[in-house]
Design a protein around this ligand. Structure first.
Ligand code: FE2
Length: 387
């Protein structure tokens, strides 16, 4: 029989509880998942904001023991996860609860992987290379951006070779994500901007990805709409829960899309910078996105037209070239108004680093689903034009 239907696609997501106060369900769910001692993974900023203590209190109220681990660097390293796994073992933990941004959640996932898979995280790198699943894992995101709480991705930096490693597997999808928009109110403007732009890039890259499907498209488009119409407002009014909830929902939708459709060249290139130069992930993505859109545009014109419409741009009757110009201008406007600057050199990248950055990016798994396959020189040109 001749097949004429769509290609096979799957859609994986954790259980999600969305809403103000969901954070306080951490203990109840940890108990329901069979936990007796929880390793709560967080970072010093989230501890200072009080969210980690609220999670610890919830866990303790539910009758579980707990240990707190906070040695998590912004681009978390293998050493951070290894030390966390030692604490997990010493304290007799049997469940992981992550409360924080992508750094804490990625580190928590890697702690779980190390606890279940003896040996080296480097052996798990790539697509579908994980043997044993993580222990029960609950995530409580405190940024609206990375969606590590939903995704099939875990990223960790190998400090010895300065590379950001990607572990892509259904085995790193958490059991549960408690998404509480109130946690966003303690983010500063820079973190709001970086994570919000990251989420917008997730949606755009998932929407044009070669791994996309109707199931991911609907989430990607809604994410673009929510993020583009709430990002600047949530920076201007950090305590406004309506804007924060819309950003959290946008991030959730973008996460569902990219976790299942994968990403593209923007992320491949941002990962490379994150590993080599230790710069903020969202900021790198924001600087690279327009160069990648220019490179991809002719291979996904209708998709970018739909994206522009989802972001509220008037494109009716316009030629493709004009739509491309309006889309990149809008992204530049959002980026500038969010205070992220214009260029990679502004963020700390130098021309002398471009060749090595491109060599690393070319081997990132996210390149595979970019709608146009780039070569070494293509990547170098995008970096150079983004400097
Ligand atoms: Fe990202």
């Amino acid at each position: 029989m001749k097949s004429s239907g769509p290609e096979l696609r799957k859609f994986v997501a954790p259980e999600v509880v969305f809403g103000v106060g969901s954070l306080h369900l951490a203990g109840q769910y940890a108990r329901n998942l069979g936990g007796s001692t929880a390793l709560v993974v967080s970072d010093p900023g989230v501890v200072a904001a009080g969210w980690a203590q609220q999670v610890l209190s919830s866990v303790e109220r539910a009758g579980l023991q707990s240990a707190l681990y906070t040695h998590v660097t912004p681009n978390p390293r293998i050493d951070d996860a290894t030390a966390g796994a030692a604490v997990y073992a010493e304290e007799g933990c049997d469940i992981v609860v992550a409360v924080g941004g992508g750094s804490a959640i990625d580190c928590a996932k890697c702690i779980g992987l190390l606890s279940a898979n003896r040996g080296d995280l480097r052996d798990l790198v790539g697509v579908d290379n994980v043997g044993a699943p993580m222990p029960p894992t609950i995530c409580i995101p405190t940024t609206a951006g990375t969606s590590a709480d939903l995704s099939q991705f875990a990223t960790i930096v190998d400090g010895e070779i300065k590379r950001k490693l990607l572990i892509v597997s259904k085995a790193v999808v958490p059991d549960l994500s408690l998404i509480d928009p109130a946690t966003l109110t303690t983010m500063d403007a820079f973190l709001t901007a970086c994570t919000g732009l990251d989420a917008l890039v997730h949606a755009l890259e998932a929407y044009v990805s070669l791994g996309r499907s109707p199931l991911t498209d609907v989430h990607a488009l809604e994410a673009m709409r929510l993020i583009s119409s709430n990002l600047l407002q949530s920076i201007a009014e950090p305590d406004n829960l309506e804007y924060r909830a819309n950003m959290m929902l946008g991030s959730l939708e973008a996460g569902l899309a990219f976790s299942n459709a994968s990403l593209g060249a923007t992320h491949a290139m941002a990962h490379s910078i994150g590993g080599l130069l230790d710069l903020p992930h969202g900021q790198c993505n924001a600087m690279l996105l327009n160069g990648v859109i220019d490179f991809n545009f002719g291979h996904a014109e209708q998709r970018y037209r739909n994206a522009a419409i989802a972001m509220g741009l008037e494109v009716g009757g316009l030629a493709s070239t004009e739509i491309r110009k309006r889309l990149v201008a809008e992204i530049a406007r959002l980026r500038g108004a969010a205070g992220l600057g214009d260029t990679l050199s502004h963020a700390g990248v130098h021309r002398t680093e471009v060749r090595e950055l491109a060599e690393i990016a070319l081997h990132d798994p996210c390149v595979v689903t970019n709608p146009r396959r780039p070569g070494q020189r293509d990547i170098e040109v995008i970096y150079e034009e983004s400097l």
